[in-house]
Design a binder for this molecule. Structure first.
Ligand code: F6P
Length: 347
């Protein structure tokens, strides 16, 4: 078969491992040929491609980023966009298309599937919030990077008797914040799913301070909602999928904490460091399993589907289910977080 591949949306450690897994299984076991589209859906629209074969996918397993590059191109916003995509899929004589991406990218896969294109999706986002899969590749790497940063911030916070507010990614879901926060021993963890209660934040910090702990770590997801101002944004412009750029919640929170408690408070935004660099062994493994499963789905003729991880097993679900809603942090993890904090009546 001739199979196209693309990587769309924010990049994510493990993209190259998925590409390599699918290409190696496809060429070595099915005799497939691959075409890589450059920069997400933009490459399909413009028919800009690169060859994907054993040579071009060699030595990329451990590399961050994506050899196919990425973009947040929204085909729905381009007049005649879907027709152009179908045209370049036909020009390249493709039997199937594998798209690596989050809900925005997969919404285009679904729309193309509905137009008869044989699409298979692979779940990518460090935010880990794609519905229907227990884990997206890239998440483990982002959590490892954030946890290491929290560990490092502990020592400097302690040396200076400071509160340090650490902003991590997580637009609609606080998976990175709650996981790295618990793993890194943060004193306060704030996520988009639970509106921020500043009185409660200050209570937790004061509880520590009163017991001789003159420093604290607060981890906040970029998408957390502050009481009056809501989400902190960088400007008002939106991307092609209508998302405003989130940034600055840690700084806003740090100012509020300092003004209320008088504890010296600083903020740090980990930003894109969480998306960069080499994937963890876990992500390389998961990404490879996803890549192999994606080409297997193609050969099973199961299109309009997304490969997913359920427990420890790889499976697949309809693309429509994957983009129907975000997968948010559940009560079980919130309960773990709260179990480590003093209860509301503690003085
Ligand atoms: O892909 C998800 C994400 O990492 C979000 O957490 C964040 O809001 C967004 O990407 C930032 O994307 P970019 O850096 O591409 O603007």
């Amino acid at each position: 078969m001739r199979v196209g591949m693309l990587t769309g949306g924010g990049d994510c450690p493990g993209l190259n491992a998925v590409i390599r897994g699918a290409v190696r299984k496809g060429i070595l076991h099915h005799g497939d040929e691959f075409v890589g589209f450059m920069e997400g859906w933009r490459g399909v629209l413009d028919n800009t491609t690169m060859p994907l074969n054993l040579e071009t996918t060699s030595g990329i397993l451990h590399k961050g980023g994506t050899i196919l590059r990425s973009s947040r191109t929204n085909v729905k916003k381009i007049p005649g966009g879907f027709e152009k995509c179908v045209e370049s899929i036909e020009k390249n004589k493709l039997d199937a298309l594998i798209a690596l991406g989050g809900d925005d990218t997969q919404s285009i896969s679904l729309a193309l599937s509905e137009r008869g294109v044989k699409c298979v999706g692979v779940p990518k986002t460090i935010d880990n919030d794609l519905n229907g899969t227990d884990v997206c590749f890239g998440f483990d790497t982002a959590v490892s990077i954030a946890t290491e940063a929290i560990d490092r911030l502990h020592s400097t916070a302690e040396a200076h008797n400071r509160v340090l507010v650490v902003e991590v990614m997580g637009r609609d879901a606080g998976w990175i914040a709650i996981t790295s926060g618990i793993a890194g021993g943060a004193d306060v963890i704030l996520i988009p799913e639970v509106p921020v209660d500043i009185d409660e934040v200050c209570r937790l910090l004061k509880y520590r301070y009163d017991r001789g702990k003159k420093f604290s770590i607060v981890v906040v997801a970029e998408g957390a909602h502050l009481p009056e101002s809501g989400q902190a944004t960088h400007g008002t412009s939106v991307d092609a999928f209508g998302h405003v750029r989130l940034s600055g919640v840690a700084q806003a929170l740090a100012e509020e904490i300092e003004s209320r408690t008088k504890y010296e408070t600083r903020s740090v935004n980990l930003g894109h460091t969480q998306r960069g660099g080499t994937p963890t062994a876990y992500d390389r493994m998961l990404a490879t399993r996803y890549g192999v499963a994606a080409i297997d789905l193609v050969h099973a003729g199961k299109f309009g589907r997304l490969v997913v991880l359920k427990g420890t097993q790889i499976s697949d679900i309809p693309l429509a289910d994957a983009i129907s809603k975000n997968r948010t942090v559940g009560d079980d993890l919130l309960e773990v977080m709260r179990s480590l904090q003093p209860p509301a009546n503690a003085v």
